[in-house]
Design a protein. Sequence first.
Length: 302
Amino acid sequence: MENISLGENGPEVSPVIYSFWRALEDPDGISYKTVQAKLHACLDLGITTFDHADIYGNYQIESLFGKAIKESKIKREDIVLSTKCGINIVDSSRPDYRTRFYDSSPEHINKSVERSLQNLGTDYIDILLLHHPDPLMDADETASALTTLVRRGIVKHVGVANFTVHQHQLLQSRLSIPIITNHLELNLLNVKSITDGTIDFIKQQYSRPLAWSPLAGGRLEDKNDESTFNIRSTLKRIATNYGINEEQLAIAWLLKLGALPIVGTNSITRIKNATTAVDVNLDKQDWYEIYFSAVNTFHQKF
């Protein structure tokens, strides 16, 4: 796969991005060995962009990945590291946390970045994202903290995750640097960001949306889920015409929209399916047939 620009102001990224957000679901458990295996599988397939967050794997994944990178002898400039901060979860490593909560304060952002740099074994983060909207955010203070990190060179670009258009606009209004992307839940069972203006706004900023849970957490493959029968049938029929499987077609559908899939599966086979979808030239009428099938499945507006 050839890297592509994330946007007018963004870095070059692989068209498929791998994330460790489902690490806790790995049947082999969380270990250095499993993280290392996924890293090398991704690199062999041409995936050079990796999505992290401080909380992934109950705060364990970043340090395991950093060790894997160090021992692999990969050049830092050959990969893109994205990480997120702002969600806090109850964990033994965070004894002061009594409940899940969000924090976009400068103090939290700076401390999280410092830890991520140390855990990942790097001098800079390519993309730092606010992981979730924080209703208590002071937009001026948050923007100032993000700007300072970029000016210091330890963060190259900033983004957001799960932000609405208005939340995105609020933060951007206080920034002189661009928000280069928004990570959204986007798949054939959740297309609301197509109709509520979210994707249009991201594209208006000359950027690309990044789609997490691109296969709806496996529901598009679940033959026991009667509610998805129609969309699965449509995918199966059209996939046959391209000589691919339904999973590859669902990823190709996202790519045709201009969204980059963030793949979080623990299956190497499914990671490979996502990368091969990059080469699928999906016909516009097929795209719309799939879209309308998805819309009609859950009576979503379009």
